[in-house]
Design a protein around this ligand. Structure first.
Ligand code: GLU
Length: 300
């Protein structure tokens, strides 16, 4: 599994699942897309478990995901990272955000602001309810507006994060929130390329704001079309999408399907071929340009 890590690689990709349930076809497509993009570039591919919300992450799910990735031949580099062990780094980042006025404590409850659709920033200049447990929020109204960046598939993006609200970066129960943890770890692990599902495209403005405030460099972004179930909803653990197998023989036709869903037109003759052969062919022929820029698509 572990190749030696070179000191300054040009490409570092990652797969960062939340271990709240086994991988399904939708998460497999994201994993295969990000793996191929990294390997075709001769880059590294890291595995990071985003297990910051323990009640949502049943014990042993990380092992299940690890076995599933192995069955599909998606080898990662180096040690697996667990975000549950990274609290100190996230606290350091929060302290820096506070020092530059980009974060603030907030005691408002969702019930109080939900009619606005997003949190309107009432506590920006001092917590309205200092006696309550405090969450910590990002000041989206500071810095350059709107936030712009380039997506490799969806092109130029421009979003105003104040319209999405001052997102929570540390929860009032003391748990770390995804937006902060993902940015801190991507920077700490020198990730150059983020390849993930389209559902996270509109999280990118918050993440870009955090990167700028913390002095991190800007990664490249490639958001991949989501795989939708028959009901038109994104396949997810919440709607109990079927788990992919952790057996290398059973994996073969599903890997073929994942490659089709990534518009890579894998040859039918390889449909039942060992995963290593399918991946070798897909890697040689990897063409992110072939992806059609649609937010979602149904299973073929
Ligand atoms: N942990 C996130 C998820 O499972 C993905 C994070 C990311 O790729 O930025 O949806």
């Amino acid at each position: 599994m572990t190749a030696p890590l070179s000191a300054t690689p040009d490409y570092v990709g990652r797969f960062a699942p939340t271990p709240s349930g086994p991988l399904h076809l939708g998460s497999l497509v994201a994993a295969v897309g990000s793996w191929l993009d990294a390997r075709a570039a001769g880059g590294q591919w890291l595995l990071r478990f985003e297990d910051i919300d323990p009640p949502r992450c049943p014990p042993g799910t990380d092992d299940t995901i690890r076995r599933q990735l192995e069955a599909f031949g998606l080898a990662w580099d180096g040690e697996i990272r667990y975000q549950s062990e990274r609290g100190e780094a996230y606290q350091t980042a929060l302290d820096r955000l506070l020092a530059v006025g980009m974060a603030y404590p907030c005691g408002c409850s969702r019930r109080e602001w939900q009619q606005y659709g997003y949190y309107p920033g009432w506590c920006r200049h001092g917590s309205r309810y200092p006696e309550r447990p405090q969450a910590w929020r990002l000041r989206t109204d500071k810095g350059v507006q709107p936030v712009t960046w380039q997506d490799r598939l969806f092109g130029h993006q421009s979003l105003d994060p104040t319209r999405q609200g001052d997102v929570v970066i540390k929860r009032k129960e003391g748990l770390w929130a995804y937006q902060l943890a993902v940015v801190v770890d991507d920077a700490d692990q020198n990730v150059t390329d983020i390849v993930r599902g389209f559902d996270l495209l509109d999280n990118t403005p918050w993440q870009r704001q955090l990167q700028t405030a913390l002095g991190y460099s800007e990664p490249r972004y490639l958001h991949l079309p989501l795989i939708l179930g028959d009901d038109g909803q994104k396949l997810s653990k919440q709607n109990l999408a079927t788990a992919i197998p952790d057996d290398a023989d059973l994996a073969r036709p599903l890997l073929h399907q994942a490659l089709q869903l990534l518009d890579q037109h894998p040859p039918m003759t390889l449909r039942e071929a060992p995963v290593a052969d399918q991946l070798a062919h897909a890697c040689q022929n990897w063409s992110p340009q072939a992806l059609s820029a649609t937010p979602g698509r149904t299973r073929s």
